[in-house]
Design a binder for this molecule. Sequence first.
Ligand code: UT7
Length: 344
Amino acid sequence: MSNPTSARPPAMVLVGVGGYLPERIVTNDDLSKVMDTSDEWIASRTGIRERRVAAEGQTSLHLAVEAGREALKATNDGRTDVDALVLATMTPDRLCPATAPDVAAELGLGHIPAFDVSAVCSGFVYAAATAQGLIAAGTAQRVLIIGTEVMSSFLNPEDRNTAVIFGDGAGAVVVRAGEPDEPGAFGPFDLGADGGGSDLITVNGFGGRTPPEPTRENTDDDYLFMAGREVYRQAIPAMAESSRVALAARGWELGDLDAVIGHQANVRILDAVCRELGIDTSISFVNLDKVGNTSGASIPLAMTHAHQQGFTTAGQRVLLTAFGAGLTWGSGTLIWPELPEMPA
Ligand code: UT7
């Protein structure tokens, strides 16, 4: 008779990806017409050339539904059902309730558990680690994980420190229970947080520190603030170290890696992380030139674009790594699976 306590918990296996970008494109030149900046500054300091901006009334819910629908209809096992939804966002439609139950209802997923994870730019990695826990515990067999952001609703249009950086979008992945070595299998995640840096990227309004007042007018607290240079300084060693931990937990060497899909904040950060790890920057996927920094949507959107562009192919060993507000960071590994072709 088998001993149930010695059985290996199921691994989390990727079976589908999907993404959605709002139609409106805002180029660096467009921004230089309304604020003191230039295409030269933005492109050379960040790598960003354009970003998408949601239409009036288009919220994180709408973007998430589009990305989630695309991922569900593009699974490699042809299944469209899931039994949990974990959604990463720093721009929920409302402070209460979470956005995930609305997304599940719109997608017709039934009364499955659905909740938001709040870890900002590391949000997707935290959400994926949470989904992995649900699968390992047997609470769920198939999970839809979505990162969705309408950053534009929290950007001060006059703040060139943030307005040129962030963009709107959503990405989604479908995962299922499976075996640890099969194509699509994720390894253990490395996650971390340092509240000592919590003031470096903030939206101070809308929380308990600034409870509603009937007469309150819009203030700087209603907008995203970022101490960019200090975040930049901390992001590189944190992502490199977290990547090393995630690789070691999988038993992989740095030289085993075929592709890196990092949080798309700044191409200089992505390149510096590669240099710090001693890996070639050519294996690091970049789509921030087209989408900017989409915070929690960044990695699943990048996974989708990497697949669509043929950057990732079946059997490759892939590293995911992110850093952001909190401060938070996280990394994970997966073996890229065969996925249905998706039009770019
Ligand atoms: O996604 C979550 C985590 N976030 C990140 O990882 C972002 C990390 N930070 C960064 O990517 C970079 O710090 C930024 C791209 C945000 C800024 O780049 P930087 O090279 O660190 O620039 P800086 O803030 O140190 O500013 C350098 C100069 C300043 O002028 P002075 O003081 O040297 O005369 C700024 O006033 O560039 C100026 N500047 C700009 N100029 C034109 C700042 N923003 C702009 C702008 N256009 N948009």
